[in-house]
Design a protein around this ligand. Structure first.
Ligand SMILES: [Zn+2]
Length: 90
């Protein structure tokens, strides 16, 4: 569910200002191919340095940076826990 404002005019303006051919991922430092479309791991997303849950303004240009989808989601989620093959028997 997108937070209020995420689909509005200001949000689209913000995305457009970040989604440039020379966009560089804020997280890994590599360039972003803006031709790639969601959900390609290398596709463009907007990362918020201060998340909304911590009081960040999602529409603040200073708070928004470009990032790869894979980098953004790896930051946003808990570290992936490798599934272990257990030999536990039920
Ligand atoms: Zn990246």
């Amino acid at each position: 569910m997108a937070p209020p404002g995420m689909s509005g005019y200001r949000w689209r303006q913000l995305v457009a200002s970040l989604r440039t051919p020379d966009a560089v991922c804020w997280i890994c430092g590599h360039s972003i191919d803006i031709e790639l479309k969601f959900p390609a791991p290398g596709s463009f997303t907007v990362h918020h340095r201060v998340p909304r849950s911590k009081g960040g303004d999602l529409l603040d240009r200073a708070n928004a940076v470009p990032a790869h989808l894979r980098c953004n989601s790896s930051l946003g989620n808990r570290p992936l826990v490798r599934r272990r093959r257990t030999s536990r028997r039920w």
